[in-house]
Design a protein around this ligand. Structure first.
Ligand SMILES: [Cu+2]
Length: 148
């Protein structure tokens, strides 16, 4: 009987000791003081605010409502070249006298001064239509501007 009690006592002591040992093991995980401090989160202000790209994007320029080109018509050998000349509303037609003789553009809606050699006359067509013209000096000359 004594032997049994002794055995139990020994076993209990062993259990307690071992239990203590494990307990110490788990308890001895001291915080390592040499570890670098946890980086503080970046302040919210440092984060760039999201920009509204849709608003800031350049808007594509709309197509011009009217054309704005210059088209030349040469006067050579008592004729207009090219004729008819096709332009768009807003375009300007420039006649240049490349003849040795003088010419004068004549039409119901536009007229030039006498154009000597090298002189030019320009007229801006803003309304679509077909414009017949001629030369005030030489009635046989005829030309046409088609404005689209
Ligand atoms: Cu002429």
């Amino acid at each position: 009987m004594k032997k049994i009690i002794l055995s139990i006592t020994i076993a209990s002591v062993a259990l307690v000791l071992s239990g203590c040992g494990y307990g110490q093991k788990t308890a001895t995980t001291p915080a390592v003081s040499n570890q670098p401090a946890v980086q503080p989160a970046a302040p919210a202000a440092a984060t760039p605010a999201p920009t509204n790209n849709v608003v800031n994007q350049p808007v594509a320029a709309p197509a011009p409502a009217v054309s704005n080109k210059t088209v030349n018509v040469s006067i050579q050998n008592f004729a207009f070249n090219p004729t008819p000349v096709r332009v768009k509303a807003g375009d300007t037609v420039v006649w240049v006298n490349d003849d040795p003789a003088p010419h004068q553009i004549k039409a119901p809606s536009f007229n030039s001064q006498t154009l000597n050699t090298g002189d030019s006359f320009s007229f801006k067509f803003t309304t679509a239509g077909t414009y017949d013209y001629g030369c005030a000096i030489h009635p046989s000359m005829a030309g046409q501007v088609i404005v689209e």
